[in-house]
Design a protein. Sequence first.
Length: 279
Amino acid sequence: MKDKVESELTHFTDMFKKYRGLLLELTRKDIKLKYRDSWLGIFWSFLQPLLTMAVLSVVFGNILGGERKGIVCYPVYLFSGRLLFEFFTSSTKKALTSFRANAAIMKKVYVPKYMYPLSSIFANFVTLAISLLCFIAVWIFFRLTGISHGDQLTMNAYALLFFIPLLILLIFVIGVGFILAVLQVYFRDIQYIWDVLCTLLFYLVPIIYSISTIRQSWTEFLIKINPLYSMMQLFRQCVLYCEPMSWKMLLYALAWALATLFIGIWFFNKKSDDIIFHL
């Protein structure tokens, strides 16, 4: 069993190296197609998270009078959580439909099938990287103006470690994306089920609220076992609170990410030969 797993991982790695140029081109294609008919183009990578932050800040920060316990500068707190969650949902949804969307090409030209969900995820990761520039601009704005307690924001060397939770999230998303892409070939309804689950996940992850506001212990436990919570909290520890990342949380998030990636690769390799016959 161990030799078989190692053989599959070695084959996957060798194929990835061989076709990495193609993966780059597919990623570029996905980015271009995303903004092809848009007047503002890639500027939406800045504008969309900014508008979302503004609306949610007004609704949950002012109208509903959300409790601010454990939150430093609510709009920036909201932005940081929404940024990572948006990457997770958009990437997994694109990966989920990647085989169906490229079915005509897959039936005519041989390309390693995993290239399609992987390129969709990488394209969204590029969008995330661009959106981070918007996050930096928002952070600076609230720090300088002091609006919404922005004067409490600080910056130190720990902020430079922000890429670690992002890479862990990327690994996790690739694993989830592989699993969903294969499932959607056999069960088309998975697309609608996943839409509902993503909506539920939005409220099961502390994006618009702080974990410290949760009163019921079972609810707090349910939120904390979600790997997205750990990844989001690690990111906030770096860029929002500028404090050392929790090692327990880091190991927990990394274990989830690697386990999900392994399961995704295993599941994909098991069903890879049958995918083309079900498209």
